[in-house]
Design a protein. Structure first.
Length: 401
């Protein structure tokens, strides 16, 4: 049932779940099949091999769990660490907050570095913590690459540089839920130990897969890590990987067919082009925000995110009202402000299967909504800024040349 029918398509601009391409929907519209048949491992193998391209890794081992990003977090932590192990992590928004909460509930000793929401991870504090950790008590540094609640992208390259500068052996665990597949991610180059994403973000699939990548060092750590783990145990997955049947329990068959189609679509466009498109859509959106005279939640350009733009509403306005009116009047779905930034910002998600004209629809919808709630932006101003930026930067479509 469509509980709240509306004419036209829903314009889905939350930063995940994202829009699913028709080809992916078609690939998933199929019966169940025997995942122990001789045919199924062929699909499993290509998915496990090809997802590694999104991480830019040859050395890493990929795991695909029937789960979500939150399960990916748990998999990363419990396979590599033991209860009581010291972790340094950065609380810069709602998702880093939730990951830290999970770390604490799993009985790790978390040294939390807080930043004002809208800022990125405080790397000066990381430097001083690592420099004074002579006994190497810190076992892991955990970073959310792209904090989806505030539109903040942290530099993983810089985190690696600080670890190296201090010759510190801590594992580097990275949440790439709203970055991997949309913002360049360099697992091997940055020597990340575990990175993870969820299927409903840049992959433009339904929710239901956690994709986790582990370095050889992380796989080695897993041999000694004492955290209790069952569903997410890499050991079970590796056993079935080695015997060529891949799955210790029933995989999500339709989602794997969807994943295959989603990867094909991304590779056809070319990953570099995918990253450039995300940059372009984000930059057009940022220019629209500037033309409206509004501010980004992101406190410094070094952290601007190419997958989500968080827009501050002026004092005295409620961003929740913007999101509500957009949905009720224009069938446009925007992201709300979460927790500390509730009521203060709304978010335009621009990741996954999207193009310039789709974004312009969203920007026009936001513009109308802002005026509806009394935020007096000039009609057409944001759209015009984005139009001119897109016109001058959008390449011809490769397959149509
Ligand atoms: N990490 C980040 C950066 C996210 O944006 C999200 C969800 O939006 C999560 C983790 C949690 O993922 P999931 O909702 O798939 O469990």
């Amino acid at each position: 049932a469509d509980y709240f029918p509306a004419p036209g398509r829903n314009h889905l601009f939350v930063p995940g779940p994202t829009n699913i391409p028709d080809k992916v929907i078609q690939a998933m519209a199929r019966n169940n099949e025997d995942h122990r048949s001789p045919a199924f491992p062929t699909l499993s193998k290509t998915c496990l091999e090809d997802v590694k391209k999104l991480f830019a890794t040859e050395k890493g081992h990929a795991f695909i769990f029937p789960s979500t990003g939150t399960g990916g977090w748990e998999s990363a932590l419990t396979n590599t660490l033991s209860p009581g192990d010291k972790i340094v992590s950065f609380r810069v928004g709602q998702f880093s907050l939730l990951w830290i909460d999970q770390m604490q509930r799993l009985n790790f000793d978390v040294d939390v570095v807080d930043s004002e929401w809208g800022a990125g991870a405080n790397l000066d504090v990381l430097q001083s913590k690592l420099a004074s950790d002579h006994g190497h008590k810190i076992k892991a540094v955990c970073v959310v690459h792209n904090e989806t609640s505030t539109g903040v992208t942290n530099s993983i390259a810089k985190v690696r540089e600080i670890l190296d500068r201090n010759r510190h052996p801590a594992l580097l665990l990275v949440d790439g839920v709203s970055s991997i597949g949309a913002i360049p991610f360099k697992f091997d180059e940055w020597r990340v130990d575990v990175a993870l994403t969820g299927s409903q973000k840049a992959l433009s699939l339904p929710t239901g897969l956690a994709v986790v990548c582990a370095s050889p060092k992380a796989l080695e750590a897993a041999k000694h890590a004492k955290s209790t783990r069952v569903f997410f145990d890499w050991g079970d997955y590796l056993k079935f990987f080695e015997n060529g049947t891949y799955w210790p329990y029933t995989p999500s068959i339709q989602l794997l067919y969807g994943l295959r189609a989603a990867l094909d679509i991304l590779f056809q466009e070319g990953l570099d082009q995918v990253y450039e498109r995300h940059h372009r859509l984000a930059e057009g959106t940022r220019r629209a925000v500037a033309a409206w005279g509004l501010k980004l939640a992101t406190k410094d350009p070094q952290w601007k995110s190419n997958t989500v733009t968080a827009v501050m509403v002026p004092p005295g306005f409620d961003s929740g009202e913007v999101v509500k009116v957009a949905w009720k009047k224009y069938n446009l779905s925007l992201g709300v402000g979460l927790n500390n930034v509730k009521g203060k910002l709304f978010r335009i998600g621009h990741l996954g299967s999207l193009n310039e004209v789709s974004i312009l629809g969203a920007l026009a919808g936001v513009e109308m909504t802002l005026r509806d709630v009394g935020i007096n932006v000039t009609p057409g101003s944001g759209v015009a800024a984005a139009v001119e930026y897109f016109r001058s930067t959008t390449p011809m479509i490769k397959s149509r040349l």
